[in-house]
Design a protein around this ligand. Structure first.
Ligand SMILES: [Zn+2]
Length: 196
């Protein structure tokens, strides 16, 4: 996988301070969990992997770009995605920082899956291998992170609750933050049982 170079799309940030959603408290726990279980390995300016949710007001919040998921996370580290213009490769967001470099992927899935309210994306080869072993799909071709090509590559897989982005990482989509977390744990348990 290529070296992390930050967000590739253009971001238009508005109206800081951003609105707060109480679900961020729960997401903070899972950010720490992802770091602890090496599902979001560190790079030079943060961690790979990004977590998001959609609340009952249809507001989408995602971790900021370059966030170390294992650090002490504040409410400002969650950015509200307002809109996404895929043709102009531009994201409209509300917050203090640029949102995750995979925000377009998250936004696209929320648009297409009305039943999905949480998306967890992590990087871990053992985890990806186990997901594939359990029969979940993988994208066919490797695509650069943070691009429209990557978003397009997942279209055929979008109705799966877990899938792998080839040579990159995994995506879990769920009806709630809790369910996304439990799905993560269930795959981790399978890995631990195999290694015993
Ligand atoms: Zn990634």
């Amino acid at each position: 996988m290529e070296i992390y170079k930050g967000t590739k799309f253009k971001t238009l940030l508005t109206d800081y301070p951003n609105s707060y959603s109480e679900e961020v408290e729960l997401l903070k726990y899972w950010c720490q969990f992802y770091s602890l279980f090496r599902l979001a390995p560190r790079h030079e300016s943060g961690s790979f992997g990004n977590l998001s949710f959609r609340n009952s007001k249809n507001e989408i919040f995602i971790t900021k770009t370059g966030l170390d998921l294992g650090s002490e996370i504040s409410n400002e580290d969650f950015i509200k995605i307002e809109n996404c213009d895929f043709e102009a490769f531009t994201l409209y967001a509300n917050g203090k920082f640029n949102p995750s470099s995979e925000s377009m992927l998250h936004y696209f899935i929320y648009e297409k899956r009305a039943d999905v309210n949480a998306i967890f994306h992590g990087h871990n080869d053992s985890f990806c291998n186990k997901v594939i072993e359990k029969g979940f799909p993988e994208t066919i071709e490797e695509t650069p992170y943070g691009t429209i090509e990557l978003v397009e590559s997942v279209i055929p897989l979008i109705n799966n609750d877990i899938f792998v982005i080839k040579n990159h990482g995994f995506v879990i989509t769920a009806k709630s933050i809790e369910t996304a977390g439990l799905t993560t744990k269930s795959i981790l348990n399978l890995i631990q049982n195999t290694s015993l």
